[in-house]
Design a protein around this ligand. Sequence first.
Ligand code: PHE
Length: 339
Amino acid sequence: MSLADLEKQALAELESTSDEAGLRAWHNKYFGKQGEVILATKKVGTLPPEERRAYGQEANRVKEVLTAAHDTAEARIKERALEQSLSSEGIDVTLPGRPLTRGGLHVASRILREIAAIFADLGFQIYRSREVEDDLTNFELLNMPPYHPARDMWDTFHTTVPGVLLRTHTSPGQIHVMREHCPEPIRVILPGMCYRYETITMRSEIMFHQVEGLAVGEHVSMADLKGTIVAFARRMFGEERQVRIRSSYFPFTEPSIEVDMDCIVCGGKGCGLCKRTGWLEIMGAGMVHPVVLKNGGYDPAKFSGFAFGMGPQRITMLKYAIDDIRQFWANDLRFLRQF
Ligand code: PHE
């Protein structure tokens, strides 16, 4: 068979090949060990020398054409096989979507918002005060001169700048808000982070939120304070929650009280969280001391006020029966995802 006929025949057969088995057979027939193309190429040695060159070139050309045609046919057959299996076997080639991990509000932020919403209903605005304070505002203007022993109630982180410290409570915000709004009446809460140089335990952290409350005006009384606390407790914990008010001492309030709630972890029996007392202290409060009113710019003869300071982490622990305050900033997702 001439090379031209071989080429024609091989191309025609390739054309009618429609599956991989056929293609393999075709390849074997022309390019296998005894393949016709291979044999035709080898034939060059048997020719008279003057014909060899032309024949060799032609044989190589045919080989190249057929190789290219084979590759094209192979691609066509593979494509068709894929199409066929897709349509006949109905394979679902889509992957399930990758789920988006959604962020959420930290439980501490959620409680802060809940508290803010309750006090908003009671007519309290939010006032944001600084976390880095000076000794003057954190202590002195709150009726605690440098020598005052009551300073021992707040173990303090001091900065390398003398007199500059991390606030130990949100109470210095009282001074800022009073000086800003004096002599207008005030009804605000001051939420934010506080810092204390303390041993970290189940119930105390070196950083924690406080929500301060302050109401200043004419004829603001202790009854207003009690009514506000009870209204808050009922909204936050439900009608049945037990609240206990004890007399206490703070340099910046007179008289001073502390408010307790029954411990949700143990139901009042006594456990590690409530230090076996059955009660958890949720806030300190009192009537704003005349010296503090004066430092805020108000005349204590004309104005009076109440103030309270609570720990929202404590409140969250009560609400969700969390027994360890260290969970809040531990960044353990197993804890955080529960809320
Ligand atoms: N600042 C007090 C504390 O951190 C709490 C408090 C606030 C008490 C306002 C009375 C009035 O312990």
